[in-house]
Design a protein around this ligand. Structure first.
Ligand code: ZN
Length: 152
C-alpha cells in the first residue's frame, strides 16, 4: 500500500461514480440515518426484510468517495443475505479495515469479495469512519431502534 492513490483504486472509483442500489426501496420498512461529522458524510440506509432475509436494500446521501463507495459495495454484499450473514460480514469487514497499518495483511476472508477493495483505509485512520459509516447505519436500521447514528 503505497499511498492515497492506492486507496482510490478502480473498484472504489467505479462505485463512487456509479453507486449501486442508490435510492431507497419503496417497500422498505426500516431505515436509519448515519453521519460522520469528521468528514461530512451523510447516509440513509433503508431495508426491506422478508423473514430474516434482506430482500431489498438501498441508500442515499452524500459524502466522500470512500463513504459512497463503501455504502454501494455494502448494499451489493448484503442484499439477499440473512441478518446473521450480514452481521458476520460486517464483523469481517470491520476487522479488514481496522487491521494495524503497515502490517502485511493476512489473506482476506474470501467471503468479503469486492469489499476487500476498501482494505487500504486501514492506512488512513480518519477514513475508517468513512468506510464503516454505512455499515453502522445498516445495523441501526436492522435493530429498528430510533435511528440516528454518528461516528462520534
Ligand atoms: Zn468521508
Amino acid at each position: 500500500m503505497d499511498g492515497l492513490s492506492d486507496l482510490y483504486q478502480e473498484v472504489i472509483l467505479d462505485h463512487y461514480r456509479r453507486p449501486r442500489n442508490f435510492g431507497l426501496p419503496p417497500e422498505a420498512e426500516r431505515q436509519a440515518d448515519g453521519h460522520n461529522p469528521l468528514c461530512g458524510d451523510k447516509v440513509r440506509v433503508a431495508v426491506h426484510l422478508e423473514g430474516d432475509r434482506i430482500a431489498a436494500i438501498g441508500f442515499e446521501g452524500s459524502g466522500c468517495a470512500i463513504s459512497t463507495a463503501s455504502a454501494s459495495l455494502m448494499t451489493e454484499a448484503v442484499g439477499g443475505r440473512t441478518l446473521a450473514e450480514a452481521h458476520a460480514l460486517f464483523h469481517l469487514f470491520h476487522e479488514l479495515v481496522t487491521a494495524p497499518a503497515g502490517v502485511p495483511a493476512a489473506p482476506a476472508d474470501p467471503s468479503l469479495g469486492k469489499l476487500e477493495a476498501l482494505a487500504g483505509v486501514r492506512e488512513f485512520p480518519m477514513r475508517v469512519k468513512c468506510a464503516t459509516l454505512a455499515w453502522h447505519t445498516l445495523e441501526a436500521a436492522l435493530e429498528g431502534a430510533a435511528s440516528e447514528v454518528s461516528t462520534e
